[in-house]
Design a binder for this molecule. Structure first.
Ligand SMILES: [Zn+2]
Length: 402
């Protein structure tokens, strides 16, 4: 048997040996859903599992209590694996992050076999708050990905799970959330409305302005929002109103330009109504994903060889956003999703939460762990492949910033 084939077998054997604890980990997280940045139980369980397998784990990185990095091995190549474990409000693990955690912690356990035999290191990044809280954004900004050569990610999906192997596929939009508050002046809404300043009107004019802008923005762009507060009583001129907006575009540069335009609209609404504007952009703007096809093609090949069949993703603009985008700007980052059902089901729902706790799903999770660990191996042993991923990253980055 060749050296590589032996290594493959040992990796798979290590993950097989960890089957029970990985399934238990995923079941535990499923049974204890925690919202983003509050995943105390889930992150503690992940940390405990990594430590048991010899990882040195640093907790509370980037000043986030539920973030961690588990490190094993020495020096380069240094391959990162992204773990997520936050749940959704109301529906719990309707995004299947319990499976994501099991798959990626499992990949770390498999990858340990490699660094026991070959030079290099594996960093398992516990990244909290993927669902809008942007744990990875803080971690990127804290410089935690500096010196990492390559990063792998994954995500469960229904039957249509794909891996982006085709150029132009695997995109996700850059996104920035803003809270828009207006402060007016109350007055009797019928007796002396001329003495009032209507904060609700300022919010409405903001939405009207955005609708006027829509004709002049690119097709893939999305601006959407809700009114969080629209007044307190029908017979009082609303003195306070608040909206929340998400502004998305194909690149972070386009996103920033668009955010500026929307800010001008809100300033205009303040002018029209006399209300005072408070513009509060989120601390965690999400950047667009720069998919690394050199990496995701290896992921797909390893998924396929393990009997985890996924379709290639179709080229096209991104439809959603993820904080993995910010990671993909600083390190070559490849990801592919894995199917946990045999039919289409509504995602982010109670149905998907139930699907994330089935034998079918746990089998897919274990196969994913193996596919990712074998991908770590591919890049550890093949410096030319790693160099190709790096070159692709540099070229894509230049294109995205132009
Ligand atoms: Zn998710």
């Amino acid at each position: 048997m060749g050296e590589k084939a032996a290594l493959c077998q040992n990796i798979i054997a290590a993950i097989d040996a960890a089957t029970d604890e990985l399934v238990e980990l995923a079941k535990f997280i499923h049974a204890n859903p925690e919202l983003g940045l509050e995943e105390y139980k889930a992150s503690a369980k992940c940390v405990e599992t990594l430590a048991r397998h010899g990882f040195e784990v640093e907790k509370g990185v980037a000043d986030l209590p539920t973030a961690f990095i588990g490190k094993i091995g020495q020096g380069h190549p240094c391959i990162g694996i992204l773990v997520e474990y936050d749940a959704l409000a109301v529906v719990g693990h309707g995004c299947g992050h319990n499976l994501l955690a099991g798959a990626t912690i499992g990949a770390g356990i498999g990858a340990k076999v490699i660094v026991d035999q070959l030079p290099g290191s594996v960093y398992v990044f516990g990244t909290p708050g993927e669902e809008g809280k942007g744990g990875k954004v803080y971690m990127v900004n804290a410089g935690l990905f500096e010196g990492v050569d390559l990063v792998l990610g994954t995500h469960p999906h229904p039957v249509y799970a794909t891996v982006p192997t085709v150029p132009g596929s695997g995109n996700a939009l850059a996104c920035w959330g803003v809270e828009v508050e207006f402060f007016g002046k109350p007055a009797h809404a019928a007796r002396d409305p001329h003495n009032g300043i209507n904060a609700l009107n300022a919010v409405i004019e903001t939405f009207n302005g955005i609708n006027a802008l829509r004709q002049h923005i690119k097709p893939a762009t999305r601006i959407h929002g809700v009114i969080r507060h629209g007044g307190d009583a029908v017979n009082v001129v609303p003195e306070y109103a608040k909206a929340e907006l998400l502004i998305r575009a194909e690149t972070r540069r386009q996103r920033d330009e668009l955010v500026e335009k929307v800010r001008h609209i809100a300033e205009g609404a303040a002018q029209i109504t006399g209300a005072r504007l408070q513009w509060l952009p989120s601390d965690v703007p999400y950047d667009e994903v720069i998919p690394n096809y050199t990496v995701s093609r290896r992921i797909k090949a390893n998924f396929d060889s393990g009997g985890l069949f996924t379709a290639p993703a179709k080229p096209g603009p991104g439809l959603a956003s993820s904080d993995i985008g910010n990671v993909s700007h600083v390190v070559p980052t490849g990801a592919g999703s894995f199917p946990i059902t045999d039919k289409v089901i509504p995602w982010h729902s109670r149905v998907s939460a139930a699907a994330a706790n089935t034998d079918r799903a746990y089998q897919a999770m274990l196969k994913t762990a193996k596919g990712l660990a074998l991908t770590v191996m591919d890049f550890m042993i093949d410096s030319e492949l790693l160099q190709a991923a790096r070159e692709e990253h540099e070229a894509a980055l230049a294109e995205h910033s132009s």
